[in-house]
Design a protein around this ligand. Structure first.
Ligand code: ATP
Length: 359
């Protein structure tokens, strides 16, 4: 692995007893993009700062390309400027009095002039702003300025690039397109990167691997597909995507595990790794909005309590006669009224169940 974070903890001197980062382990192969995702205060930035060397590790070890950067038990802490790590922050703070080209050249001043100019030109090409070299930062849009900040961070060819909420000051539309662009730029330059966000769509658009954190702990470190379809904990299941937990029961039907739900029985769920501790009995089934299909012919009916227009579809909040609430994505040409009862059925590709008690 190129970057290896092993059981790293971060504690702040005057903070409460809980560690801001609690024994977190993650690893990235060369060229991979990792994303740390989680609610405010979960420790994402603290972990990123520990990798940058801006915080000392209270426990654990960080290595990059085989070199130890931090090792709490051995008392090793390489200074941030000696780590060969580039950073892009939320307030990307370009130097206002320098041209775009001079901003990019800032971190590579020691290079001979010709080499420096070639590198600046290559970086401008990479971020698609070759035409803007002579402009001042204030003559660029927010998105363009952020791309220049990225070019500036990439110019010294850092071993690793760290990005902390790089799009949070930009508006929603721009964020999504920039997330895709950023991924393309990082891949084109073969840069290994670790990024912090609280926006799951950004995480999905960017990350090869995504870590979901809660209260300093890493709940899961996986690709987006696995996080969505095989959440390792109830927290991850609730945090990623729209969904609810419905009471259900695991039973063996003719020897094969099945899950009885308020919407009917899901038979033969052999592909579902049912956790041993509740292999049979009461459980809670994760039902995401796209697991519920509107079907007028279905005997199961649900009342529409709320609906939110999402362009191609509505997100309906539904209530079954038994009182359980569900969420459903329904194509927006099916425009039903609040209070109306509609037929639904469950169509679950990946059955995800948790024990009846909150973890
Ligand atoms: N310098 C500090 N001194 C004391 N406590 C801190 C300091 N910085 C962060 N913390 C605390 O550490 C915990 C983790 O904070 P951190 O900023 O890493 O979370 P985060 O997930 O990045 O949050 P956000 O998305 O809001 O930036 C929080 O409880 C926070 O209050």
């Amino acid at each position: 692995m190129f970057l290896s974070v092993e059981s790293v903890s971060v504690r702040y001197p005057r903070a409460a007893t809980r560690a801001a980062v609690d024994q977190v382990s993650i690893a990235l192969a060369p060229g991979q993009i990792g994303v740390l995702l989680g609610p405010s205060g979960c420790g994402k930035t603290s972990l990123l700062r520990a990798v940058a060397g801006l915080e000392r590790c209270a426990g654990g070890r960080i290595t990059m390309a085989g070199r130890t950067l931090s090792d709490a038990s051995a008392g090793v802490h390489v200074a941030p400027e000696a780590r060969r790590i580039g950073m892009v922050f939320q307030d990307y703070a370009l130097f206002p009095h320098l041209s775009v080209a001079d901003n990019i050249a800032f971190g590579i001043k020691p290079l001979p002039r010709a080499e420096r100019e070639a590198r600046v030109a290559a970086m401008l090409d990479l971020v698609g702003l070759a035409h803007a070299a002579k402009r001042a930062p204030h003559q660029l849009s927010g998105g363009q300025q952020q791309r220049i900040a990225l070019a500036r961070a990439l110019a010294p060819s850092p071993g690793l690039l760290l990005l902390d909420e790089p799009f949070s000051s930009l508006d929603a539309d721009l964020r999504e397109s920039l997330a895709h662009e950023l991924r393309a730029i990082l891949k084109a330059s073969g840069t290994t990167a670790l990024l912090v966000t609280h926006d799951q769509f950004e995480a999905f658009a960017l990350g090869d691997l995504i870590g979901v954190m809660q209260q300093g702990r890493l709940e899961q470190w996986d690709d987006a597909y696995t996080l969505y379809h095989r959440p390792a904990s109830r927290f991850v299941a609730g945090f990623i995507g729209h969904g609810v937990f419905a009471p259900a029961r695991i039973e063996a039907v003719a020897g094969v595990p099945s899950v009885r739900t308020p919407l009917g029985t899901l038979k033969n769920v052999t592909e579902c790794p049912l956790p041993g501790a509740y292999a049979e009995g009461e459980c809670e089934l994760l039902l995401r909005a796209d697991d519920i299909v509107h079907d007028d012919t279905s005997p199961v009916k649900a009342c529409i309590e709320r609906k939110a227009f999402r362009g191609a579809e509505f997100l309906y909040t539904l209530r079954l006669a038994s009182g359980e609430r569900l969420l459903a994505h329904v194509p927006s040409h099916h425009d039903h009224q609040i209070g109306e009862w509609i037929g639904i059925r469950v169509e679950v590709d990946h059955v995800v169940v948790f024990g009846p008690q909150a973890r």
